[in-house]
Design a protein. Structure first.
Length: 239
């Protein structure tokens, strides 16, 4: 339930799951939690008909899906503001990264409880991010790998490691909210980092930061291209 000082609003949820009794059971559990209005419960075949404009959060069961990240991406393509909680995600690093890159706002593994489900939906509805320490670590490692391309020898741009990671995601076109989801950090934290990035680099807009990041990446690739093969292999094996 979303509440301000004077009013409360029920969180509207769409439940998408393959098995009928499973999605009906989820809808009942959410109703009993008292915070949610389940506006629809459908099978994945009806995925294109999910009422995205009305619902704040889509709870998507991906436990038996051959390509859950594509389902997440398809839903968000029709409504980029839709907040999708993927349920039944495996703990494999590749899967976690795939769901993050598809735009999932929350992740639940097969071992999460109903209480954790309720918490994840509430967080998604508020635009907050809630990740287990393991998932947060996986996502951080993935972004750090990308950010490593912006650390050519001799560079001194004054950015912290986290600021470099966020610069990479800005270059990829992610909004502050999407960056918060990708890194499992608060939106306010992202905004502070973006402000610091612009200030340290003497830039005025996100587009400038994206252009700077792109130049850094090209400079890195040019530098590596001129290194002897042995040196390139050594750099690739660091860490």
């Amino acid at each position: 339930m979303l509440c301000s000082l004077w009013w409360c609003v029920m969180v509207e949820v769409v439940v998408i799951a393959e098995t009928r009794f499973y999605r009906e059971g989820l809808a009942l559990a959410l109703h009993q939690a008292g915070n949610f209005d389940v506006v629809a419960a459908a099978a994945p075949a009806a995925i294109r008909q999910a009422p995205g404009e009305r619902s704040r959060v889509v709870l998507l069961d991906v436990g038996h899906s051959a390509d859950g990240p594509s389902a997440v991406a398809a839903l968000r393509a029709g409504n980029p503001q839709m907040r999708i909680v993927a349920m039944g995600v495996s703990e494999g690093e590749a899967d976690i990264v795939a769901y993050a890159e598809a735009g999932a706002a929350g992740y639940l593994t097969r071992d999460n409880s109903v209480a954790e489900l309720v918490s994840a939906i509430d967080s998604a509805a508020k635009g907050e991010v809630r990740c287990s320490p393991r998932i947060a670590a996986v996502l951080s490692r993935r972004v750090a790998e990308l950010a490593g391309e912006l650390q050519p020898a001799g560079s001194d741009h004054g950015l912290s490691r986290r600021e470099v990671e966020i610069a990479v995601l800005i270059e990829q076109g992610l909004s502050n909210q999407e960056i918060a989801h990708r890194l499992c950090i608060a939106l306010a934290t992202v905004k502070n980092h973006v402000h610091n990035i612009l200030e340290k680099l003497g830039l005025h807009a996100r587009a400038d930061a994206a252009a700077w990041t792109r130049r850094q990446r090209l400079d890195h690739n040019a530098l590596v291209g001129h290194l002897p093969d042995r040196a390139v292999r050594w750099r690739g094996n660091r860490g």
